[in-house]
Design a protein around this ligand. Structure first.
Ligand SMILES: [Zn+2]
Length: 263
């Protein structure tokens, strides 16, 4: 009986969140009516007038790929915006002669600035944490404390989902969650790599918390233009023979005409 229960528990354990291969194609997500039936987010409720919105990005490009449409929309609405860059993204091209870490460390933050410009985001408060790319979990407590020191009780903090599948995304999500609880601020999570390892109806995903933000055509175009500012992530690397970090099948999932938030 006990061993029977035990084996049942094991067989029901959810599969791990693994980012490998090309993941679930966008066509599969598009054919799922579950996404169409998600409730629309009410931005006026989610982000009360006068509150500051703080985006927390594990890597330069997550802010645009996960939440670029939302950022541009809030900039148009003249919200006070801050962007926290957790890492400088300097570990995206290991052993590369073309993109050594010190080049990435300067270039990827520059790409973010260009992307923000393309989204029409001027006057954004930019805060860099300089935590090692790939090592956010090791610095999670430091990140939590740093975030708690700058988050105010009326802030709305928007970051990557704490079960997104990428260790840096998950650690950033957890640190932001704990900092928001300590400061009484509101947390919103955004899936980025979930679209890769997950599939329509996946029970590992909190669909009940999911809200849809529909982007109009100019916003989708601005987001696409901003995503293409991340040149370092879009090109194959001849020095290592590795393909681009952001190939078309990844961009397809992230440059849709809507974004999904977990509220
Ligand atoms: Zn990332």
């Amino acid at each position: 009986m006990i061993s029977g229960n035990h084996s049942a528990t094991l067989s029901e354990a959810p599969p791990p969140r693994v980012i490998a291969g090309e993941g679930t194609p966008e066509s599969e997500w598009r054919n799922w009516d579950g996404l169409d039936s998600l409730p629309d987010v009410d931005l006026d409720v989610l982000i009360p007038p006068g509150s500051r919105v703080m985006f927390v990005a594990p890597h330069p490009d997550d802010e645009v790929l996960g939440m670029g449409g939302l950022m541009a929309l809030l900039a148009q609405r003249h919200h006070r915006l801050a962007l926290v860059a957790v890492t400088d993204g300097d570990a995206s091209h290991r052993d590369s002669a073309k993109w050594p870490a010190d080049r990435l460390r300067t270039e990827r933050p520059r790409e973010t600035l260009e992307a923000l410009r393309r989204l029409g985001m001027h006057g954004v408060q930019l805060i860099r944490m300089h935590i090692g790319d790939g090592g956010v979990a090791n610095a999670e407590e430091d990140l939590r404390q740093s975030l708690a020191a700058i988050i105010g009780p009326t802030d709305v903090v928007i970051t990557t989902w704490s079960h997104d599948g990428h260790p840096d995304h998950e650690a950033t999500g957890r640190a932001a969650d704990h900092a928001c609880i300590a400061r009484g601020a509101t947390l919103v999570e955004v899936p980025v790599w979930m679209w890769h390892w997950s599939h329509p109806g996946d029970v590992r995903v909190p669909w009940k918390r999911a809200r849809r933000l529909v982007l109009d055509a100019p916003l989708v175009e601005a987001k696409r233009h901003a995503a293409h500012a991340f040149v370092s992530q879009l090109e194959d690397d001849p020095s290592t023979g590795r393909p681009a970090i952001l190939p078309p099948f990844v961009l397809d999932r992230l440059l849709r005409s809507f974004e999904v938030l977990f509220v």
